[in-house]
Design a protein around this ligand. Structure first.
Ligand code: ARG
Length: 461
């Protein structure tokens, strides 16, 4: 092959089937601009080491700039015979700078340290984009929480009515999880900000090149301490894939709730027409496809992570060609989140809650039974007994098809002498909510403070 980077020791070219198998330009071309940035930095350290004179450096940088313009405009792209993005760009450089100058750039670097570096550059950029999109979902949750401060809803465990909570408290629970995902992206960046450039194929560079200079040039904090680690490690990539998958999983948990909430049976929310789809046969249908796709795509991101970890498992040091398989799953994770999150934040921002329904359902299903038990504890009754007494109230109500507040004073006294009429004070949603006023609780005063902290935390990112 005319443009291969490794023809010298071979009598013939590669079999067509091998070339087809080996090729990666259809997915690694997206690293082209990072590769060119790496090449400019590399040209400067070659010059610094005395391996390029001033004229050659100027010619090289000029050719790289023209190549970048052609890549950006689409005038230059990979050709059939190009094995990967690095091969294609070397061809483009030689076409522009000539073989004498262009052929000097490859000294002291390998595609192994190149690709490890470019991948980190790409992921660091997209981590910032993804973090911004996750924060848009947080913003949508904050808006809804602000709009509905004070609205009660049924809080659930096991999907059964458990205790009343504020709708805002519930929505902010999702916001905190997403803020931790943004936090994870930020923590991750500290480990990703280390450049493998200068590691060469695996053993480091012998040409007096300065890896720290390249690192600084490319926006990294520093360069790797170990060239084998630099070329063979992909834990940084896997960690990114984990954070991406965790983010999608967190989004999917809210998505599943939205799917439920939009059913006839729940009727908690109406989705905006702009974020709903219809059915090709059933004229009445309004489907929560954004939420369903969020739920489905989470599985896809988990698969991306699992696939990458499986590629890495048991892989000996240093570089192995298996590592070429590291890119597609993570590119897929990035693409999927960048596609999903804008639709998801739009859906969350525009969904309309049926607050009257939420409020009326909040105390149903005996969700105030815990309040009865805790009232008894405040009256000096042991919790074991209090739990039994409140349970007996529920049983009595269930037998008669009534709610706790329908029990008369006589009914209460018959269940337990401890149940004086004073217990009625906690048999209201307002009383129940207000009583959960310790830090982290659903009392309106605490949720108001919490909302401010969510806003402040989001603003820090
Ligand atoms: N395309 C490869 C990758 O993504 C980089 C090329 C390394 N090839 C090689 N023969 N060392 O990992």
């Amino acid at each position: 092959a005319a443009t291969a980077l490794w023809g010298g020791r071979f009598a013939g070219g590669p079999a067509e089937a091998l070339a087809a198998l080996s090729k990666s330009t259809h997915f690694d071309w997206r690293l082209a601009l990072h590769d060119l940035a790496g090449s400019r930095a590399h040209a400067r350290v070659l010059h610094g080491a005395g391996l390029l004179d001033d004229a050659a450096l100027a010619a090289m940088l000029d050719a790289l700039d023209r190549l970048r313009a052609d890549v950006e405009s689409g005038a230059f792209g990979p050709e059939e015979a190009d094995e990967d993005v690095h091969t294609a760009l070397e061809r483009g450089l030689i076409e522009r700078a000539g073989a004498e100058v262009g052929g000097r750039l490859r000294a002291g670097r390998s595609r192994n340290d190149q690709v490890a570096t470019l991948f980190r550059m790409y992921l660091r950029e997209h981590a910032r984009v993804v973090a911004g999109l996750v924060l848009d979902v947080v913003d949508a949750l904050v808006e809804q929480s602000t709009r509905h401060l004070g609205v009660a809803m049924p809080g659930r465990t096991h999907l059964q009515h458990a205790q009343p909570v504020l709708l805002s408290h519930h929505l902010l629970a999702h916001a905190w999880a997403l803020l931790r995902d943004v936090d994870r992206l930020r923590d991750w960046d500290a480990r990703a900000a280390v450049s493998p450039y200068g590691s060469g194929a695996l053993a480091g560079s012998s040409l007096g090149l300065d890896p720290e200079a390249v690192a600084a040039d490319l926006g990294f904090e520093t360069s790797v301490e170990n060239s084998i680690d630099g070329t063979a490690a992909r834990d940084v990539v896997a960690e990114f894939a984990f954070v991406a998958a965790m983010t999608a999983v967190d989004v999917s948990r809210l998505a599943e709730e939205v799917v439920l909430w939009a059913t006839k049976e729940f009727s908690f929310v109406t989705l905006d027409d702009a974020y709903s789809t219809g059915s090709s046969i059933m004229p009445q249908k309004k489907n929560p496809d954004v939420a369903e796709l969020a739920r489905g795509k989470a599985g896809r991101l988990v698969g991306d992570l699992a696939g990458l970890l499986t590629t890495l498992k048991s892989l000996p040091l240093a570089y192995n060609r298996d590592l070429q398989e590291d890119k597609e799953p993570v590119f897929d994770a990035v693409d999927t989140l960048e596609l999903l999150l804008p639709a998801f934040s739009g859906m969350v921002a525009t969904m309309v809650f049926d607050t009257a329904r939420l409020e009326s359902l909040a105390p149903q299903g005996f969700s105030l039974a815990t309040d009865v038990a805790e009232w008894l504890v405040r009256e000096g009754v042991a919790f074991r007994v209090a739990h039994e007494v409140a349970g007996a109230c529920v049983r009595a109500c269930e037998e008669r098809g009534i709610e706790l507040w329908d029990l008369t004073d006589d009914d209460l006294a018959a269940i337990s002498p401890h149940l004086t009429p004073g217990v009625r004070g906690v048999l209201s949603v307002e009383g129940s909510l207000a009583s959960r006023s310790a830090k982290g609780g659903t009392a309106p005063v605490r949720v108001g403070e919490q909302l401010e902290r969510v806003v402040a935390t989001a603003a820090e990112h």
